[in-house]
Write a protein that binds this ligand. Structure first.
Ligand SMILES: Nc1ncnc2c1ncn2[C@@H]1O[C@H](COP(=O)(O)OP(=O)(O)O)[C@@H](O)[C@H]1O
Ligand SMILES: [Mg+2]
Length: 242
């Protein structure tokens, strides 16, 4: 297996124009994420979590600094290559689930494979397997608008993972869920991380969800204020060598 980190950021900055002023959402991020990591980004509202996830998910680009995805500088990729990487290698989960309410769970999960123009039989089979994997085999033909929040988020996780991505990005996946369901969703993501080796990065503002997550990155005012792997360098080294 390649030892190139999946993500390597150096000096990454991102700011937004707000009238006459600029908001410095990220003010210099240095971060390396190895394949297979399971990481939570936490910190107060406005600290830059979503901005960072959007950069890691190749939805947005940095103003300064460098972001390497799997050894490639993303600034050197064409728009086509960027969207190709997104469509084949990155799965996204959002706090509001972003499912299409009038489609069945199966058809929602099938969408990313249809975007890839996969044959219909393959699409159907992989979408069904994806729902089984998140424990929703019985609900394939149900519509998300008839499902609970926890079930909807599991459909969204199945949809994100159906392409067998290298990276799963989840922005506040539990923000609309009660605490018990939130824990179940994080447990599910952890299980899928262990089973498939997909690198998983999620954000939360709930410190109670961090206990089971091996790597915790805290953002404050657009900077990393704590990284549990840097506090425990031997863990980072062991992971990197694996
Ligand atoms: N598209 C945007 N336009 C203007 N300001 C933005 C935009 N996106 C984020 N910001 C600002 O950047 C800062 C960080 O936002 P965000 O990354 O969403 O934080 P978090 O996800 O931690 O709550 C905030 O001050 C926010 O208002
Ligand atoms: Mg956010």
């Amino acid at each position: 297996m390649s030892t190139t980190p999946l993500l390597a950021l150096t000096g990454v900055e991102r700011s937004f124009a707000l009238g006459e002023t600029r908001i410095h959402a990220l003010r210099g991020i240095d971060l390396t994420v190895q394949r297979g990591e399971f990481m939570a980004i936490w910190g107060p509202s406005g600290s830059g979590k979503s901005t960072l996830l959007n950069l890691l998910g190749l939805i947005d680009t940095a103003d300064k600094g460098r972001l390497m995805f799997d050894g490639q500088d993303v600034a050197s990729l064409s728009d086509n290559a960027l969207s190709d990487t997104r469509n084949h290698r990155i799965g996204f989960v959002f706090q509001s689930f972003n499912l299409i309410p009038v489609l069945t769970a199966l058809d929602n999960v099938a969408l990313p494979l249809q975007v890839q123009n996969r044959p219909a039989a393959e699409v159907r089979q992989r979408a069904a397997e994806g729902l089984e994997r998140v424990g929703l085999g019985q609900f394939m033909h149900h519509r998300p608008d008839r499902m609970s929040g926890g079930q909807r988020q599991r459909v969204a996780i199945a949809r994100a993972l159906v392409i067998n991505p290298s990276l799963l990005i989840a922005d506040e996946p539990t923000a609309n869920l009660d605490s018990q369901t939130s824990r179940e969703v994080i447990d599910l993501i952890e299980k899928l991380n262990q089973e498939t080796g997909v690198t998983c990065i999620f954000t939360t503002h709930d410190p109670r969800l961090l206990a089971r997550v091996p790597r915790q990155l805290k953002l404050q005012d657009g900077l990393i204020s704590a990284d549990s792997y840097e506090d425990l360098p031997q863990v980072a080294t062991t992971k990197a060598a694996a």
